[in-house]
Design a protein around this ligand. Structure first.
Ligand SMILES: NC(=O)C1=CN([C@@H]2O[C@H](COP(=O)(O)OP(=O)(O)OC[C@H]3O[C@@H](n4cnc5c(N)ncnc54)[C@H](OP(=O)(O)O)[C@@H]3O)[C@@H](O)[C@H]2O)C=CC1
Ligand SMILES: CC(C)(CO)C(=O)C(=O)O
Length: 327
């Protein structure tokens, strides 16, 4: 199976390595020093199950040509640049899986009900990615793995259990998702296929939406912020509000909020969106914060704690020049 990982940074580098270990013919699209290092010396992944070294092909979409599957693993603000470049990788049967955090551009496609077909212009300005890829090629994806690019060409994986969940926007059984999941499993990463990918998206997003704004406001790792009892109570309420949005949108998400907050309190992890703020990188504010709250309004759900925390966090991101609210 010919698979290209587009945006092979921390997560994409890990996924590309697992796909290569699983026997796929893997290539990567990347940029800068990290791309140059992968082209020169291959990709090294330092994980709990060992250090793995693979040599994916590194090139531009024109050089790599049509693929069986493309896995997109950029941060959400980079999607317009993916839309501009992805064309040469796509043939009539190419599957494109978006394995990213936050609400995806296709969320209301093939959704059914009153909200079916709603567009999310904050996530896909000008519908660039929709026009470039099309929903018929699209698979949703959620990833559980804590990865960083330690140095160009070298990915560090913090946690022992890593998995990717894939699913069709229309909730159907999916041989094309199964095919990718199988290769990931052979490569040593959990690969699962779900018939409720939106429920999976909300389950993961709850962590980003409920903890990310407090990380930005406190400038602390989530564990540090959660040790303050007032902040901890606010986090519990924020998670309850996330549950309520997901349920109002029809997903049987019922996170054990106390358990999740207890687990984040023990962690030293610094939320990725705070890392982006500190490093001056465009922040995934639309996909992780603003659009989910827009969806709460669509579903008629009140989210007072999230509203305040997100409004203050968005101010910080805007002040830093790392997020520009849609006009
Ligand atoms: N890292 C983690 O532990 C986790 C991340 N996620 C999610 O996964 C997604 C990816 O995150 P992560 O891997 O951390 O991000 P990274 O920034 O590490 O990786 C994205 C890579 O894509 C590259 N890129 C962006 N646009 C292009 C382009 N047009 N052409 C070529 N390369 C491009 C970036 O280059 P450049 O650096 O030059 O911008 C970067 O190397 C996000 O949605 C994130 O929230 C989910 C779970 C955990
Ligand atoms: C823990 C979580 C989900 C949110 O803080 C995260 O991993 C991140 O955004 O970095």
């Amino acid at each position: 199976m010919k698979i290209c990982v587009f945006g092979a940074g921390a997560i994409g580098g890990h996924v590309a390595t697992r796909l290569a270990l699983g026997g796929a013919d893997v290539s990567v699209v990347a940029r800068g020093a990290h791309r140059d290092a992968m082209a020169a010396d291959g990709l090294t992944v330092e994980a709990k199950d060992g250090t793995h070294k693979v040599r994916p092909r590194v090139g531009s979409p024109q050089e790599l040509g049509v693929q069986d599957a493309v896995i997109v693993t950029v941060k959400a603000p980079a999607l317009p640049s993916v839309a501009e470049a992805i064309g040469p990788l796509l043939g009539s049967d190419t599957t494109v899986a978006f394995v990213m955090n936050g609400i995806p551009w296709w969320y209301f496609d093939r959704h059914g009900g009153a909200l079916d077909g709603r567009r999310l212009p904050e996530i896909d300005p000008g519908e660039a990615i929709r026009k470039a890829v099309g929903v018929e090629r699209t698979l949703g994806g959620v990833v559980y793995s804590a990865c960083t690019v330690k140095q160009p060409g070298h990915i560090f994986v913090e946690n022992a259990t890593n998995r990717v969940v894939l699913g069709e926007p229309d909730g159907s059984a999916s041989p094309r998702a199964e095919a990718i999941a199988e290769v990931l499993k052979k490569g040593g990463m959990g690969g699962e296929v779900t018939q409720d990918i939106r429920g999976e998206i909300w389950t993961k997003l709850a962590m980003n939406l409920a903890f990310g704004p407090f990380a930005i406001l406190s400038r602390m790792g989530s564990g540090g912020a959660a040790r303050d009892p007032v902040v901890r109570t606010a986090m519990v309420r924020a998670l309850q509000e996330c549950n309520a949005i997901a349920r109002a949108l029809g997903h049987d998400v019922n996170l054990d909020v106390e358990k999740r907050v207890a687990s984040i309190s023990r962690s030293n992890h610094k939320a990725s969106i705070l890392q982006d703020l500190e490093l001056g990188r465009p922040m995934e504010v639309a996909a992780m914060f603003r659009v989910p709250l827009e969806m709460a309004r669509m579903a008629g759900v009140e989210t007072p704690v999230l509203d305040l925390a997100v409004a203050l966090a968005v101010q910080q991101a805007t002040e830093a020049g790392l997020y520009k609210p849609a006009a």
